[in-house]
Design a protein around this ligand. Sequence first.
Ligand SMILES: Cc1cc2nc3c(=O)[nH]c(=O)nc-3n(C[C@H](O)[C@H](O)[C@H](O)COP(=O)(O)OP(=O)(O)OC[C@H]3O[C@@H](n4cnc5c(N)ncnc54)[C@H](O)[C@@H]3O)c2cc1C
Length: 739
Amino acid sequence: MGTVLLSQTPVMLTLPSDAVRQIQWRFADRFDLQMLVQSARGVARGTVARLVAAGERNTHEWTPGKQAMLQAFDQAGVTAAFMEPEEGGFIAGPKNLALSLAAFELAWVDGGAATASLASCLALAPIHERGTLEQVSHYMVLAAPPQPGEDRQPWRGAFALTEPIPYVGVDTGMLSGKLSIAEWNEGEEPVLQVDKRGRFITGIAFANFVTAAVNSADPRIKGSCVVILEETDEGIFDRGTATKKLVHQLSSTGDPVFNLRVPASRIVGGYTVKDGVIVPTYNHSEVIEAVFRRTRVPVGLMTAAKLLSAVEPVIRYQRQRFRGAEGARPGSVRYEQGIQQREDALHRLVDVWAAGEAAASLGFAAARLFDALDPLEKQKNAILGERGVQGGRAEMKALKESELHAVELLNLKSGTVRRNELEADPLVQFVLIDAEANVLCPATKLWNTGHGANMMREAVSLMGGYGITEDCPGFLANKWMDAQLEATYEGPEAVQRRQLTITMTSEVFIAQFRSWIREMRGIASHHPGTGACTLASAMHLWLWSLNYLQSATDADGDKLYHGQRQGVTFPLADALCWLLASRAQILDVLELEERGASDPVAAEGLAGTVQFLSDLCHTQAATAAGEASRICAELVFGYNAHPTWDEEEHRSCFSTAELEELEETMPGICAMAVDVITIDGAHPQKAGPCAGCAGSAEFLRLQSKLTTCLTGSRVAKDRAAETVSKVMIPEALDYPAAG
Ligand SMILES: Cc1cc2nc3c(=O)[nH]c(=O)nc-3n(C[C@H](O)[C@H](O)[C@H](O)COP(=O)(O)OP(=O)(O)OC[C@H]3O[C@@H](n4cnc5c(N)ncnc54)[C@H](O)[C@@H]3O)c2cc1C
């Protein structure tokens, strides 16, 4: 490692402060969110950390200690973060970023605690997103924490979609929960009979209400819906046994059984009666889609928090590793730097840190996007409602023109009259943000949790044996294992990949993506140290590969890009996620550089922090580019049959005689030629003549350009590693370890 590297560049002296994070993640002007972060952090590093340290994760049961954690959430305002001010909350407007920040803070210490806090929101979300006005006001108020002087417990909820095998899990269509009509007297509201068994239902130990997905088992009810169940409803509300989880033990999970009679007014979103048949306004898939597309983002941020939370404990462990040994006297390199003398230890920590930065940037970008989308979605519904269009195919048709306008907008230079006109159109804004959100949400859930779980293993490994003990500072082993649950629940990786397969090919998203390539090239011209150019080249290669694969066929002439061909579509989705995370990371560092100077706290040491975070961007961009390049190459070339040495296929090879003749007019050709066949038919020892495939020349050109674009990325990594070896950290972690 070049020790002179830092001599010309500003150096980051301390870990990024809250002021830095507020600017990067864009809540520097949101005092309400800053307060929420502080109070969630207080509970996380106080109550939650003490529970973990005291071994509360060692039981599956719901204990008084875990229950007290919920009360701590209430008192700190974490529970109320989901509510409107008039419902008992304190944050006005969309709350995606707020919930994401709270989940991030809690997961910094324990993922189960974060899940426990989110579970009630997940139960309320079907009502919040698709409920009738009466349902919303009724349940949100019940679930709000008591105001000072009020003597009541807030209602808590559970969301029940998943059922015992072989029913719903990933495939939400195979629903076994049943809904029928128990009683329907003339002129009265029907009474429904609900039969639902749940599997792995979070929050069930203490839920006062459950939002459950059910299918009609009665010709007088159409399709499926989500129905609200209450613990005091007539019939069986059996919470079942606790799931024997290896993860997230601070949340409650169990397999409940419900056999209840409820009024039809509990159907989420209401219903109409047509020809004697109850027609729910929304089927269960419509409700679930509206819920998950928002709630999956905080889950992705939980894993991001874990990665970033690992940095400080690992640095401390590495530095102190040899202290106390006879040969390591204070002041010696061995004493001061410990394992940080070694390049590999530093480089691996840089990789963990860079992945954590990228994951956080991607997740918070997605959360902000949903905050922008929420009011636009309402506006869109109002505009289309006035035109008599509501949901489904009719809406898709109605928005087609706006999609064309969105694509047009993306191709116009800023400031033109036409662009200004299109930008002012709320429907155009809606389709633009919707198309992006449809990609960023599954990308956050997929990449942050999946790649995050892999990188948590790296973080654990950096702590050696200590890493896989309960005593490990920062509870890293718990976090590693917990990350796997985050990758699984609310739809595992296959669900996210399946969604990306569709959304990443939308015309609006592709036009957006093209504009992002231009954006990255622009950034590269004034901020080459961020890796933006590397990223732009990788994005170009990905887009080329997507286009190619959409029309190419395999060796048997079968189409490559289609829904059933997950071997093609899923890896392409994975590659895209790497690129999106890297882009979000770069944009956040630029934001910091631009706004940091005017913030008195962030301004201190700003240049060093920006330098370090840019080096992490460059490192991450190189890794992302490598992943995308590997995946695309495999897909573009991998489905062609390799040529063989038979007569037909080696026709394009040179024979020795031909080469000798050509050498007379083209001296040197013999040295260039590969795959030469001798007079007796002998050929080089390999599978066959080198393969070429349609379009390969262009792919190789782009890939080769990408490879040279990696120039400088290792210099950045060395510089980042050197900073990691010098950055100051507090004397001790601000939350306890076990024991
Ligand atoms: C602790 C915990 C808490 C939970 N909380 C809740 C809750 O509150 N409410 C709730 O409703 N559910 C909850 N769940 C359930 C959770 O959402 C499901 O476990 C998850 O969605 C995966 O479904 P599954 O377990 O049936 O896996 P499966 O569907 O059996 O999937 C197994 C594997 O096969 C893959 N796979 C499945 N289908 C496909 C496909 N079509 N294409 C390619 N690959 C595929 C999956 O990606 C996965 O790798 C919870 C689960 C756990 C463990």
